[in-house]
Design a protein around this ligand. Structure first.
Ligand SMILES: NC(=O)c1ccc[n+]([C@@H]2O[C@H](COP(=O)([O-])OP(=O)(O)OC[C@H]3O[C@@H](n4cnc5c(N)ncnc54)[C@H](OP(=O)(O)O)[C@@H]3O)[C@@H](O)[C@H]2O)c1
Length: 205
């Protein structure tokens, strides 16, 4: 009985030794490496955003406007797009008053066009490339939605939604992509909706 008890104590001691000499240092080491990796990623991202050309569609309100404020604060060169020229002008003025002394802030550039008009999209892409030379980050954010039953929703609404939310961003992306491929650099962000995955009543369009 005694020897069995002492064997158990020895085994417990070995397990404690293994925990304190292998598992705990491994755990803290991994956490440290992960933390350092995240920190380096954060520093790299901050450096990348400084001076990067960021194009945001639907910048006049909601998510697009908030993205504009965040990227401006990070020192990016903004190209802000929307249909409402007055709202875009207001946003440019609002952002131009915000200066971050640790960052080089650029005056945003506004481009007015309707995403549901392919010709206007292509002209806008040309104008943007002429202005900035390239786009580092394209944020396809603009979009519309419609509430109604499938039966009551006219085909004209379905077409408008697809032209604005799908074909418009596709046309803009295709127009800017060659310059990204040429530079072997660029990011494309697509802002969509969870409603593409789940069905909600009255949100067929
Ligand atoms: N907010 C949400 O809860 C939510 C949920 C799911 C998905 N989303 C998606 O997230 C994105 C932003 O949503 P939000 O709520 O921030 O939108 P929002 O406030 O309604 O703003 C929509 C933006 O899209 C622009 N826009 C609309 N039609 C356009 C067109 N034909 N051509 C060019 N620009 C056009 C508008 O600009 P102008 O007024 O200047 O035309 C506006 O800046 C959308 O794609 C939306 O579908 C949002």
């Amino acid at each position: 009985l005694l020897s069995c008890g002492s064997r158990k104590t020895v085994q417990k001691g070995k397990l404690m030794d293994f925990t304190s000499t292998v598992i705990i240092p491994l755990l803290f080491g991994s956490l440290g490496i992960f933390g350092l990796y995240r920190l380096l990623q954060w520093v790299r991202m901050r450096a990348y955003l400084q001076g990067a050309v960021v194009l945001i569609t639907g910048a006049t309100s909601g998510l697009g406007k908030e993205c504009a404020k965040a990227f401006h604060a990070a020192g990016s060169r903004l190209v802000l797009c929307g249909r409402d020229g007055e709202k875009l002008k207001e946003l440019v003025q609002q952002l131009s008053t915000v200066t971050n002394h640790q960052k080089n802030t650029y005056k945003p550039h506004a481009v007015v066009f309707d995403l549901s008009n392919t010709k206007a999209v292509l002209n806008a892409a040309e104008e943007i490339l002429k202005y900035s030379g390239h786009v580092d980050i394209l944020i396809n954010n603009a979009g519309i939605s419609f509430r109604g039953t499938v039966v009551d929703t006219g085909l004209d609404v379905d077409k408008k939604v697809m032209e604005t939310n799908y074909f418009g961003p596709i046309a803009l992306t295709k127009a800017l992509l060659p310059s990204m491929i040429k530079r072997r650099q660029g990011h494309i962000v697509a802002i969509s909706s969870i409603q593409g995955k789940i069905s909600i009543p009255f949100r067929s369009a």
